[in-house]
Design a binder for this molecule. Structure first.
Ligand SMILES: *[C@@H]1O[C@H](CO)[C@@H](O)[C@H](O)[C@H]1NC(C)=O
Length: 634
């Protein structure tokens, strides 16, 4: 999901915001009265191999959620699925919890390996392929003993960074995901707060275990975490967001007396003072002690041979399909050169010949006629333009997509109170019950962030045919719970980037060369990520070399680029997933076109990619190969 550029870990959490599909229907066998009937019933109700697989997967998903009640909160799981009272619990973050999680996953992998794929129906076989790939990748990840037991199976080799760790994640969980609509909810909130001390001590244990293995985050990751800790605990406890958010929300809860409200607020305030602040202080002190060991290097190669192996694993887990860091780097450089040349040609045709492509592109955004007024009228005009773009491409969609989502997508401005911390744009899926449409959110804090020629591409990426198509159609597929828990940025972001290109093929940029430049700039940005990610982790670039390169290619501000580079440093490989996914979808499409010739139908191809949900790229490739073979025989 999420915006053109500043997608942070919040995007990962947000991608887990799927509501849960119905699972575990009870098949109550009929009460048999005669032996014959009983035999018949047994025959009728004996589960198929696919049903058995789904039942095993469902049990496993529930066990994972029982271990990680935080994850269940992000999913909005029912207590039936995630356990009674789970909203009041926090999972484990230390060595023992990690061992337990590994054992659970290993035993599930054994169970999957025990299933005979040939016995499964078509959907069952896809779920089998996805799960087997996911858990084999997970088992490879677990060969590295660092990175702790992050609930999300974070891709970072470090437990605490400027972007990730409980110091950021838990407050976000409590403020954005924790229900607070009843007195029982308030008690759950308090119960979770009371566990911060235990959780932070387990995190400290993991940080210490990693340090003993020589794994310490880079200095800027430590400094960034220290800054967050300091600012989070700078004010008096009563003014901490954990208290103010709570007070604000319970003010709206019916059935609480003023006295109860004030007792609850007092309880929360004293927990923040007596438990939360000291926990943050202990973590801060540990980071302070580690800082001298951090060193100046940014890439994961700094961890030695294990670091290099980790990078190769990370690349593969984000869709590299065995390509090495060197190959990714060369691929990135050639994509940057190709896209830059295309942009240069368009700029030349506009009579703009002087300066770098990045400078000339930037200059277009500075023109008065490319800006919306930074007023309510200007914002209304911008939103109206986005709606026109959505309607325009929806009209052409049936010529390019067999299945079109039945749910509409709505364009909305990110609420003013969220806009300081929110990304530029993002997408929310429609609700399962169909009452809420898909929503394409845009941050209109300052309309100068959105010169006109950048907006079409944002629309095609976030909404149609990008995230809205992918996510709504996936939702309509009714996937089992475990598949809603597994996300693949190389699939969903790869699709959204591919969608920008399809929009161009659909003619959406005809007679609009400046917007087409906007599209190319967005693609250039993702290509530069291949170069910079592999530059940092494989070519051993310094943080500063990476910043210089990326600023030169994209023309973005140094501050924005610095945030990007520091993110790639602590999250190896992930930045490559966007371009790798897009390239793979194009490769599969070209293969299908070449093999099927006139019988190739782009609508059927798009359905084939979208209608079975997000999956690792090797599984998608096998699926498309089978489809090509079947279409040839038809
Ligand atoms: C276990 O599997 C889940 C996916 O269901 C994954 O997110 C998590 O990282 C895995 N944990 C470990 C320790 O392998």
């Amino acid at each position: 999901m999420v915006d053109c550029k500043s997608k942070l870990l919040s995007g990962v959490a947000a991608s887990l915001l799927f509501a849960i599909t119905a699972c575990g229907q009870d098949a109550t066998p009929g009460a048999a009265t005669t032996a014959t009937q009983a035999a018949e019933d047994a025959e009728v109700s004996a589960p198929t191999a696919s049903e058995t697989l789904l039942a095993i997967a469902d049990d496993h998903a529930r066990a994972v959620l029982a271990q990680s009640p935080e994850w269940a909160s992000f999913l909005g799981a029912s207590e039936d699925v995630a356990g009674a009272g789970y909203q009041g619990r926090l999972g484990g973050y230390g060595f023992e919890a990690n061992q337990h999680a590994r054992a659970l996953n290993e035993s599930f992998l054994q169970d999957i390996r025990g299933v005979d794929r040939n016995d499964l129906d078509v959907q069952g076989a896809i779920t089998y392929d996805v799960l087997r790939a996911a858990y084999e990748t997970g088992a490879q990840r677990n060969q590295f003993d660092f990175g702790g037991s992050a609930v999300w199976g974070s891709g970072s080799p470090y437990v605490v960074t400027q972007l990730s760790g409980t110091h950021l994640f838990l407050p976000r969980l409590l403020q954005t995901q924790q229900p607070l609509a009843s007195k029982a909810d308030a008690q759950n909130y308090i119960s979770r707060l009371s566990q911060f001390g235990r959780v932070f001590d387990e995190v400290i244990e993991s940080v210490g275990n990693d340090a003993a293995l020589g794994v310490v985050p880079p200095y800027f990751a430590i400094e960034g975490a220290q800054r967050s800790i300091a600012s989070f605990t700078a004010g008096p406890p009563a003014e901490n967001p954990l208290v103010t958010t709570f007070t604000g929300k319970i003010a709206e809860v019916d059935g609480l007396t003023d006295e109860e409200r004030s007792t609850l607020t007092t309880e929360v305030t004293s927990l923040v003072e007596a438990v939360v602040y000291p926990a943050y202080a202990r973590l801060g002190a540990v980071l302070e002690n580690l800082a001298p060991q951090a060193g100046r290097d940014a890439g994961v190669w700094r961890l030695g041979a294990e670091g290099e192996a980790f990078y190769q694993h990370a690349l593969n887990s984000y869709g590299a399909g065995g390509m090495t860091g060197e190959e990714i780097h060369q691929l990135g450089l050639s994509e940057v050169a190709r896209i830059t040349a295309e942009m240069d040609a368009i700029l030349q045709a506009q009579g703009m010949a002087d300066g770098s492509v990045a400078e000339r592109f930037e200059a277009i955004g500075q023109r008065d006629e490319m800006r919306y007024a930074n007023t309510d009228d200007g914002r209304a005009e911008l939103l109206a333009d986005l709606n026109v773009q959505v309607d325009g491409i929806m009209e052409k969609a049936p010529g390019w997509f067999g299945a079109v989502p039945s749910q509409p997508v709505e364009v909305r401005r990110i609420p003013v109170y969220e806009q300081d911390s929110a990304p530029g744009g993002y997408y929310n899926s429609p609700s399962l019950d169909g009452t809420r449409p898909g929503i394409y959110w845009i941050n209109l804090k300052d309309t100068a962030d959105w010169p006109k020629h950048t907006l079409k591409t944002l629309t095609y990426h976030e909404a149609v045919p990008g995230h809205h198509f992918q996510r709504s159609l996936e939702r309509a597929a009714g996937l089992p719970l475990i598949r809603n828990m597994l996300g693949y940025s190389e699939f969903s972001e790869g699709w959204a980037l591919y969608a920008e290109q399809v929009a161009a093929e659909m003619g959406m940029y005809e007679d609009d060369p400046l917007s087409n430049l906007g599209r190319l700039q967005s693609e250039l940005f993702r290509a530069a990520r291949l170069v910079v990610d592999s530059g940092l982790h494989h070519k051993r670039w310094t943080r500063e070399e990476a910043i210089d390169y990326m600023t030169g290619v994209t023309g973005d501000t140094r501050a924005a680029v610095t945030r990007e580079v520091e993110r790639y440093s602590v999250w190896p490989g992930q930045a490559c997933s966007y371009k790798l996914g897009m390239l793979k979808i194009n490769e599969l499409r070209n293969k299908a076109e070449a093999e099927l010739g006139d019988a190739f139908d782009i609508r059927a191809f798009h359905d084939e990619v979208l209608l079975t949900g997000s999956m690792p790229l090797p599984v998608l490739e096998q699926k498309i190969d089978r489809w090509i073979e079947a279409a040839k025989d038809a």
